[in-house]
Design a protein around this ligand. Sequence first.
Ligand code: NAP
Length: 294
Amino acid sequence: MSLPPRIGFIGLGIMGRAMAMSLAKAGFRVSVYNRTRQRTIEFADIGCEVAATPRALTKMSDTVITMVSDPAAMEAVMEGPEGVISAFSGGSALINMSTLSPDYTSSLAKKCYSAGVIFLDCPVSGSKSAAESGQLVILAGGERNTVEKFSPILKAMGKAVVYAGPAPAGTALKLCVNRIVAQLTTALAESAALARAQGLGPELIFETLALSPVLNCGYFELKKDNILKNDFQPAFPLKHMLKDARFMLAEAAKKKLSLPVTAAVEKLMEKSYNSGYGEKDLSVVLRNLAEPLG
Ligand code: NAP
């Protein structure tokens, strides 16, 4: 029997922590790197090797998985003398699961190709709870047979893999899906604010949605406590959805497409971000509805 691949996981935030744990529990040999070392302690405790730099992690891995915030974070772990690229060797693989821009993803694919490294563009649909329960849906870009070859790794973190096409198709699909998540969230917040303004309890909205055979959506249940209890502990930090909305608008502008509702949602999230709510769950936009957008 062949040895399981050595996986190096970079980025142990809300999502990456749960995804790396799923891989370790599935029996893969997982090593980890995280900028803030403290987040690696629980991995060391279960026997995972902890690397001091992305370069050291890459050297001890066949496949590197990245799950970091944004293109700036990706630059920080990929580039420079201690970055992943400095230790690339032909035949190894990079799977990016962070949500980046399509342009950044294309440039990453090219860098990997030049270095003889396999690249998969695999952002995820699903938030903290789906990552913890292995229920993520993985949106895969790359060569179809490469995606199939790596599906045991991908399926250890999620329940399904949707093949989108060559990179950056995984990222392109992710932006289309996240548009809906952003708008569902702002729709819930606006409905709750309007209900309160009319003297109604917003729980009636959730009750009505749950009873409807067509509007009964798991995402509404997921955000119910945030909205009803004004509790904005982050599952999906606002700053990440703001980043994604900007990627969506940039893609639309390139293609001369107008996304007016996405533009309005981006403005609302920007206001929330400027109010100091970037680290809170994106449902925190509810707090900004009492004031004019300006
Ligand atoms: P998070 O909790 O904010 O974690 C971000 C990770 O990136 C942390 O490990 C952080 O390291 C690392 N990082 C940030 N800046 C860095 C830098 N300059 N250098 C090195 N490492 C850096 O984010 P998350 O919620 O897990 O999301 C990760 C990605 O998945 C994002 O692209 C997000 O859009 C996407 N996503 C999130 C969700 C969700 O519901 N949360 C769902 C789907 C997709 P430190 O620990 O040192 O800060």
